[in-house]
Design a protein around this ligand. Structure first.
Ligand SMILES: [Zn+2]
Length: 95
């Protein structure tokens, strides 16, 4: 549970907005994803013994930095940047 920043009502961390005043719950469950997903992916790659291609590592870094500064509804831009970086990297590695 978290306290609503507007009215102080206790809200489920799963709720996107306060049931009492309708205020949007501030980034309740977003940080664990922003931090956790890249970490889990990195560990998964490590455990499988992949050496991550440089372009991919760079793309992941681009997205991570982007997601750190983007609001949740801007995060699709980060995914686009990630895809673009992957495509650029693939194109370069084929040459
Ligand atoms: Zn509220």
């Amino acid at each position: 549970m978290v306290a609503c920043g507007e009215c102080g009502t206790e809200i489920s961390t799963k709720a996107r907005s306060c049931p009492k005043c309708g205020a949007v719950v501030p980034h309740a469950k977003i940080w664990p994803w922003v931090v956790g997903v890249p970490v889990v992916l990195a560990i998964a790659f490590f455990l499988y013994g992949f050496s991550i291609p440089e372009y991919k590592a760079k793309a992941m870094e681009v997205r991570r930095v982007c997601e750190r500064i983007a609001t949740p509804d801007q995060r699709y831009v980060c995914d686009q940047q990630y895809q673009q970086a992957i495509e650029d990297g693939l194109a370069k590695s084929r040459k």
